[in-house]
Design a protein around this ligand. Structure first.
Ligand SMILES: Nc1nc2[nH]cc(C(=O)O)c2c(=O)[nH]1
Ligand code: SF4
Ligand SMILES: [Mg+2]
Length: 249
């Protein structure tokens, strides 16, 4: 089996509650969504860019698609000394490649890697097929007032409930822009409470300026939303994308 990857690199996790940890990022091509703030190329690429020496800005290119053995060999080469605390599967949408992950993840776990899944959080059926190998799920709850797409709350609730049913560590991430509709935000938070429980961690991630939008939220908006959200779910943190401040991958 083969898959299309866009990048493999080691960096400092820049998002969420594990911010600051060293992670090995494996980025999958292709996505079923089109968030207006997307900062990633989501098309299939001809080659995968591999930063063999972290932070060097120098990339080896290997033609896509990649077989499982090729990915395992690359991971062993880059992370031979196990300097990375976790392997972050990101995209694009890694869950679109669930069949591939069913073969790759047992091998990565066999090498004792901790698996962190970065996901749009809306493909519950695909999640079920690989959840046994996942250690941490970083799931988005997409607001249509922010993404400019149609609402997908029911899929998010099923997804979050699946994480809870399988007892897998999960946190929710709400990317908020200046255009966030407060009613939609509060509906999302109530949905999170119902599907995930009152102890579910909510990370508010202020949208970063992107190619198609510069509607970054103000400090006053973030403070207001943190107050409102914490009225429903007490465990809420505002964490910006720190790797962008550092101009790192
Ligand atoms: N440093 C760093 N941290 C990240 N956390 C989530 C990322 C992503 O693109 O999914 C990301 C990324 O691209 N780089
Ligand atoms: S889900 Fe992620 S990768 Fe896909 S379009 Fe949205 S921001 Fe981009
Ligand atoms: Mg990113």
């Amino acid at each position: 089996m083969k898959t299309y990857l866009s990048e493999i690199f080691s960096s400092i996790q820049g998002e969420g509650p594990y911010v600051g940890e060293r992670h090995l990022f494996v980025r999958f091509c292709e996505c079923h969504r089109a968030c207006i703030y997307c900062d990633t190329i989501t098309e299939r690429t001809e080659t995968v860019l591999i930063e063999m020496e972290p932070g060097s800005g120098k990339f080896e290119q290997i033609p896509n698609p990649l077989a499982i053995d090729q990915v395992m060999e690359l991971v062993r080469k880059i992370d031979g000394k196990k300097t990375n605390k976790r392997i972050s599967l990101t995209g694009g949408a890694p869950l679109l490649q669930a069949n591939y992950l069913q073969e790759l993840l047992p091998q990565l776990c066999g090498d004792d890697h901790n698996i962190y899944l970065e996901t749009a959080g809306d493909l519950p059926q695909q999640l079920k097929t690989i959840i046994e190998w996942i250690d941490v799920v970083a799931m988005d709850i997409k607001l249509s007032s922010v993404t400019r797409e149609k609402n997908t709350f029911p899929a998010h609730w099923q997804f979050l409930k699946t994480c809870r049913d399988f007892d897998v560590e999960v946190f929710t991430k709400l990317v908020l822009s200046a255009e966030t509709h407060e009613g939609e935000l509060m509906e999302a938070v109530k949905g999170i409470k119902k599907a995930g429980g009152a102890d579910t961690l909510v990370v508010i991630q202020p949208m970063s300026k992107a190619r198609k939008t510069d509607a970054v939220p103000s400090g006053a908006q973030l403070l207001r939303w943190q107050d409102k959200v914490s009225g429903v779910l007490p465990n809420v943190r505002v964490i910006p994308q720190t790797h962008k401040m550092l101009e790192m991958l």
